[in-house]
Design a protein around this ligand. Structure first.
Ligand code: ATP
Ligand code: FE
Length: 336
């Protein structure tokens, strides 16, 4: 059997077909390049694009998988968190497709999806392990005890900590903007940092936050003050050093939380997910901690629907007509 999944939580319209044992039959992602010129995602623009694209993206996913809707077992969809208008397009479409073909629906938490990306073939990682998800919108650390029929602060995929303010990717993007780089800033900041000295400036690492939660807003403010102190020309001259030091502070903040989580749980195996997993120095630092670090391929780290299908494999389907009352949720209120 197979699962068709839809993911529309942010600016990518995604659909995928995945088998029950985690083989990806298709994984279609239609990115809305339009947001780059606004320097971020514009919610209403995102919703409108999802509406325009979703039907074609679903058709492509089914066609590439060589299947049709009546042949799939269930329809899975990202219920939240994310932009509520964007999520609604996916949820409404999934309900309609499922209802029209008498299929059950499986609502999935977006972050549970990011975790479940690591279960996909051809290179799955077996629980138990720790996973750090770092993207433009989210930063969290979870203890994956099993494949996860339950998700949240007390689930069998137990969320140990999440960010209290900015996400790690957001810290990269905001830092990049302060240094005059374009959006998305992470890759540009990494490139600039390659020519800089990461010890040139002492930015705050692992702000005074209890437990395993993260905070990045103080770091961003520290960069702002430092650039002001240096003045426009001074900051420009030292851009590479600023980028390298700032990047190092983000990476160290993440690494210290992972170290603490390992001490607390005794679990040594480690996986990464989310768009920030592409960051070279982050991977290097995490590999120092865990030489057999597991990082899914890039297209499975950024938003995609295969990861949503992967999570859905281990969740209970909701039968018709019970799912017709399901709503999208904007924030991580389900167990987070
Ligand atoms: P969501 O938060 O819902 O997953 P998103 O689109 O914001 O959605 P991703 O696509 O997973 O997040 O990741 C994008 C983020 O990753 C951006 O903040 C970007 O700057 C960051 N990023 C991508 N490549 C790198 C890199 N090499 N170094 C640092 N950050 C990076
Ligand atoms: Fe995401």
């Amino acid at each position: 059997g197979t699962i068709l999944a839809l993911e529309t939580s942010c600016d990518d319209t995604c659909a995928a077909v995945v088998t029950r044992d985690g083989e990806i039959r298709s994984n279609v992602i239609s990115s809305q390049g339009v947001h780059d010129r606004y320097g971020g995602v514009v919610p209403e623009v995102a919703s409108r694009h999802h509406l325009e694209l979703v039907e074609t993206v679903v058709e492509d996913a089914l066609a590439q998988a060589g299947t049709t809707l009546p042949e799939v077992d269930a329809v899975a969809v990202t219920q939240g968190p994310g932009l509520v208008g964007a999520l609604l397009v996916g949820v409404a479409t999934a309900k309609a497709l499922a209802a029209a073909h008498g299929l059950p629906l499986i609502p999935v938490d977006h972050l549970h999806g990011h975790v479940a990306a690591s279960f996909l073939r051809p290179d799955p990682i077996e629980p138990p392990f720790l996973i750090l998800i770092a993207s433009g919108g989210h930063t969290l650390l979870a203890h994956v005890k099993d494949h996860g029929a339950s998700w949240g602060r007390s689930g069998s995929i137990e969320v140990l900590g999440s960010t209290l303010d900015d996400a790690a990717g957001e810290a990269f993007d905001k830092g990049a903007r302060l240094l005059g780089l374009g959006y998305p800033g992470g890759p540009a900041l990494q490139r600039l940092a390659a020519d800089g000295d990461p010890t040139a400036f002492a930015f705050p690492v692992a702000a005074q936050v209890a437990g395993l939660d993260f905070s990045f807003s103080g770091l961003k403010t520290a960069l702002l003050y430092k650039t002001r102190e240096l003045g426009e020309e001074g900051a420009r001259e030292r851009r590479a050093d600023l980028a390298a030091s700032y990047q190092r502070a983000i990476v160290e903040t993440l690494a210290r939380r992972v170290e603490r989580a390992r001490a607390q749980t005794g679990i040594e195996r480690l996986a990464l997910g989310g768009g920030v997993a592409a960051n070279g120095p982050l991977r290097e630092r995490m590999r120092e901690l865990a030489p057999d670090l597991h990082v899914p391929p890039r297209e499975l780290c950024t938003d995609n629907a295969a990861m949503i299908a992967s999570a859905a494999r281990f969740l209970d389907p909701v039968a018709f007509p019970d799912y017709l009352t399901l709503d999208a949720f904007a924030t991580g209120e389900r167990g987070l």
